[in-house]
Design a protein around this ligand. Sequence first.
Ligand code: SF4
Ligand code: SF4
Length: 351
Amino acid sequence: MQSTDQELILELARAHGFARAGLAAVPPDGNAPRAASLEAWLARGLQGPLDYLLQNAATRAHPRERFPWARSVLCLGAHYDGGAKGVAGLDLSAHVARYARGRDYHAVFEKRLKALARALVDAGLAGQAHWYVDTGPVLERAWAEAAGLGWIGKNTCLIHPKHGSYMLLAELLLDVEVPAAEAHADHCGTCTRCLDACPTNAFAAPGVLDAGRCIVTWNLEQKGDVPEARWTEHHGWAAGCDLCQSVCPYNAPERLPAPDAELAAPLPWEELTLAEAITLAREAYDEAFRGSALRRTGWKGLRLGAITAAGNVRAEATRASLEACLDDADEAIRARAAWALKEMERAASRP
Ligand code: SF4
Ligand code: SF4
């Protein structure tokens, strides 16, 4: 493929709302970059309770297993709002990771990807295209690194040297041949801020996450269904955790790029207090969280997360809500609220 055609593909990608775009060549053996690291990671059981990662490992490592025509991966990214929000102990937004605060990117990206795939085919720039937005087995950060969008840091995130890591990714497999892109050097150097900041020691080694220890696994992926021994480890997070990103010097506030306007559009739930989230009624949840990335936790998961956060930060402002939960119809809510109240008593009784 001529370099002008590559440029046209990237221009079309940007015109369809992806601030970051790059092309990675699928190598002649068809192996995805970092496929061997994934196998080694799974062999150590570091996926924790995320057993779905054991499925489709072969397709993830070899995209041509499913799409024999795949010759390149168009890697796409858009920035979410990396600003700090809310007051800890009072506002729910202060206890939600940045990537989970905005609009559900799956729905936003899906529209853009479908339109982009059509535009590429209509323009004769590709014959076949298949899109992914967290919808199938694809090593998205590894492909994005191979496409020159950044390097994978010690915190396992894709980091752009100018734009940081507050970025959501998607991919289009294409049937067009492209040369290998120029990779970014690893700019982590001797820094270890992310490893030092992790409250659960979730890094088995620099760049190697033990998912069973990561807060995100429990409060987002497992929808708040957390073993009791872990309740004290949630460091005030109701949904997600991004400490290992917020401490990264490449995400310093003065470096943050403008967020994608559609992803960052305000949502009604941002007005909720932590206390309100704890006792939130089902109907109010459906109303406040429509279109939000936080729907991933589900109604009960969000309440469990908010209760756990309140217990962790001893949020006195939530006391009445926690007490109300002691009569909740759901046993898990009752148990978590009783624990949170005990945590508050314990903190109050300390000299
Ligand atoms: S997201 Fe939080 S718990 Fe998970 S590795 Fe990063 S700092 Fe640790
Ligand atoms: S905090 Fe430091 S070590 Fe961690 S990803 Fe950022 S630059 Fe790399």
